[in-house]
Design a protein around this ligand. Structure first.
Ligand SMILES: [Fe+2]
Length: 362
């Protein structure tokens, strides 16, 4: 196994792309010969420094062997051109080969991206050793980068999974609480979607719309404390039974209380106030804008969903009938602008259907 890995690394190093830049043909030929003799197969050379940028962009070399003293563009200018094009986070080794290097020149070359120096005349062993070391460093750097990317991807994936689990747990909790009234578990989800649509329609910020979408389904979580005999009673409730139903708001809020999580804090607020009426005639007598906006939204969304779906005590209404019922309560049970938003939304949805029907009818 270890031998295979070593072999793979050897292959990848021998296949590394190397760019030779030297204005002297003899130097280029010497370097090419040395590379070939050491098993490198993938190299390209130029004696014209003005061509380097173009070659670099085309062949994306793993290593550049660069002469410093050249006509038109010296090695420093070449490095300057290349550095601005090296992808961020990439490690591009440049090995500077030159007849004489002063300390100042070395310093300058280092700041411009040179990773090592060799003085001419070149020593074959030394050249090959430096080339190998620089390629190995690049190889390790790339491996590390790949591993980091992989790790980041895994963290992202786990975060996504956790987020999904969080949403599902809330949905399942809501469905459990409503199971006796709605075994399909769809009612809480629909209320969430309608409340989100309405909150978007009245211009709430996107983040709040998303919180409402997730928190609204929990509005009736307190119904777990209401007995079957009351919740599933087909006929009219007695005043005592109605009092029992009314406890579900406070109980829901209690179940959701004491949290630092904004989503659950919002769910608590909705659970507690979703039976308040715009005119003050609801469970706790809160009125108008003193009722939290999320609870006002859920009140409309829930009423509409309940009216349009069958319950043990009555049949489902058609959409238009349900909308008419809601409209009657505008300014009484519900905030007028939310009722308007619901009516407008359905009008927009209805229009294409009616047009289709009209076309089909000729
Ligand atoms: Fe409720």
């Amino acid at each position: 196994m270890e031998t295979t890995v070593k072999k793979m690394k050897e292959d990848s190093l021998n296949n590394a792309r190397i760019l030779i830049v030297d204005d002297q043909e003899a130097n280029v030929l010497l370097l090419e010969r040395l590379l070939r003799a050491s098993g490198y197969t993938n190299f390209v050379s130029t004696q014209d420094p003005r061509q380097v940028l173009q070659i670099y962009l085309k062949s994306q070399p793993d290593l550049i062997l660069l002469d410093l003293m050249m006509p038109y563009l010296d090695g420093f200018a070449v490095m300057q051109q290349i550095q601005s094009r090296v992808p961020q986070g990439d490690y591009l080794p440049i090995l500077v080969l030159t007849a004489e290097v002063t300390t100042d020149a070395k310093q300058k070359a280092l700041t411009m991206g040179a990773k090592d120096f060799l003085t001419k005349p070149l020593d074959a062993i030394e050249v090959m050793l430096r080339i190998r070391n620089l390629l190995e460093t690049r190889h390790l750097h790339q491996r590390l980068q790949n591993q980091n990317e992989l790790l980041e991807e895994r963290v992202l994936e786990q975060t996504r999974e956790l987020e999904q689990a969080r949403i599902e747990i809330l949905q399942r909790l809501a469905a459990t609480a409503e199971y006796r009234e709605d075994p399909t578990g769809e009612h809480p989800k629909r209320v969430g979607e309608t409340a989100a649509m309405l909150s978007h329609a009245v211009g709430l910020p996107k983040a709040q719309v998303e919180l409402i979408r997730l928190a609204a389904p929990l509005h009736d979580v307190g119904k777990v404390g209401v007995p079957d005999s009351v919740l599933q009673k087909p006929g009219k409730l007695t005043p005592e039974e109605f009092e029992q139903v009314k406890t579900h708001t406070a109980l829901g809020a209690k179940i959701l209380s004491g949290t630092q999580v904004p989503l659950l804090q919002l769910a608590e607020e909705i659970a507690l106030y979703h039976h308040e009426h715009w005119d003050g005639g609801g469970y706790a007598g809160l009125k108008g804008a003193s009722i939290p906006i999320a609870a006002r939204l859920v009140a409309v969304a829930e009423a509409f969903d309940v009216l349009t779906h069958e319950r043990s005590y009555r049949k489902a209404l058609a959409t238009q009938e349900a909308l008419a019922e809601i409209a009657k309560q505008s300014g009484r049970q519900f905030e007028p602008r939310l009722v308007d938003a619901l009516l407008k939304w359905h009008k927009r949805r209805e229009l294409p259907r009616r047009m289709r029907e009209a076309i089909l009818a000729g």
